[in-house]
Design a binder for this molecule. Sequence first.
Ligand code: CS2
Length: 515
Amino acid sequence: MTVPPHRTPRPSTPPLSRARLPVPGLARPRSAPERGIVHLGLGNFHRAHQAVYTAEALRHTEGPWGITGVVTGPTQRSRTIVEGMSAQDELYTVLTLGRDGSVRAEVPGVHHPGLLGGDQAEAVVAAIGEATTRIVTLSVTEKGYTFTPSGGLDLDDPRVAADLAGTGAPRSPLGLLLRGLQRRARGHAAPLTVLSCDNLTDNGSKVRRLLEEFAAALPAGEREELTGYLASSVTTPSSMVDRIAPATTDEHRALVTRHFGVRDAVPVPAEPYRLWVLQDDFAAGRPAWERAGAVFTSEVASYETMKLRLLNGAHSLLAYLGLLLGHASIDGAVADPELGPAVRHAMTGEILPGLDLPAGVNGPAYIGELLERFANPALGHRTAQVASDGSLKLPVRWAGPLDHQLAAGTVPEVLALGVAAYIRVVTRGEEAYDVPALGAVRDDATARLRALAERAGEPGEAALRVVEAGGILPEPVAGRREFTDRVAAYARDLERHGARATLASVPLDAPASAP
Ligand code: CS2
């Protein structure tokens, strides 16, 4: 789509609506088809990824694949999206921002009115329970799955406990899903696919295990009907999802007005790249997502591991070390003359060696492509955003490569420094990076990890305690003295000499150093 010349924003700019479209550069979407999908986690990622694939698939092959989006996060932020879309005929703009400054936009137009998981739980359960619903998709982030570090359902999580008691409306994403499945099991029992679109290894098996454990913890009677329905009628394919879609800012809103002459309260910025790799195991049909470029393969696991360790793993390194170096955005962090090469070294020498790449993928070429994607200055992807929830992200992203390297007898230096940087950011907060404008890093483990660190006092000892007792990294990694000693040494160096001097001291010549 070509972009029209910039327009001067007018105070009376009309809101985005079906009647207002098309405008130059922005086509009018067809009306949303009958609902066949309920999506839990109506955030930016879903709106720039699955919704775009679905809209494109529907342009080629029609089907009942309209989406009811459910927001499951904190209520205020959630309301903004649901209310914003509702005031715009359920439409919003996906802004595709190129490295060269190019701006393309599209309006997927596949959504039905959204629901608030908190206030409208009964409506969500009813929507999942309807016979016409064939797929429930999830992008609820690591936090939404309420699991323990070993991957089982966290029965101590207050949301899970309340949902199991069943006295009030379900509160957790899995609780909503489970009660919806129960409704199906008790009614028409039509088959359903539950498709996780989150950054978790083997996300299909994970979600199945969690649902089974949830069902098993219900009172007898409820338990049997649900366990039977899960086994006979619900499939949980795995999928690898990829598209960088940062948080929306006023700049993105202004960009829509400037380029297209309409007002959009809830646009989504995204990079041009997108990929979706799925296992083709759908119980009741699916959109023709392959017509939009999705890849159906039995090799999902190797795509997932590659993406989680190389893209997300490097992202986290850029986020923590970037924050300590004063970088507000990922593109600024990767352009840093010391940090950029260190992260490339980690990807090539510390992460890539442990990977079983999917057939036909060239590791160094993939790494080069990732570094270019990170360098996109138009995205303004904030380091503080990627750094949030590290206690749940790091086990998925860094534990595998750390384990692989340590088992091979080497200490991966950049990853060890990354762990020290994470600990510094999470235990010291904004004081660690001295530039409050970089923003707050949210992590539910903060209070717990801070308490561990405070008891130790000195930064090296504090880092040791957090690694050994913080439950962030699994035992085979957290119990390795040669590794924890390096993390402690880096934690001391960060305190004494600062991030730049510490980074400069990391040996980057060999693939990884011997202990
Ligand atoms: C990022 C991801 O915020 C984060 O932790 O690493 O959201 C990343 O942008 C996506 O996974 C890209 O597909």
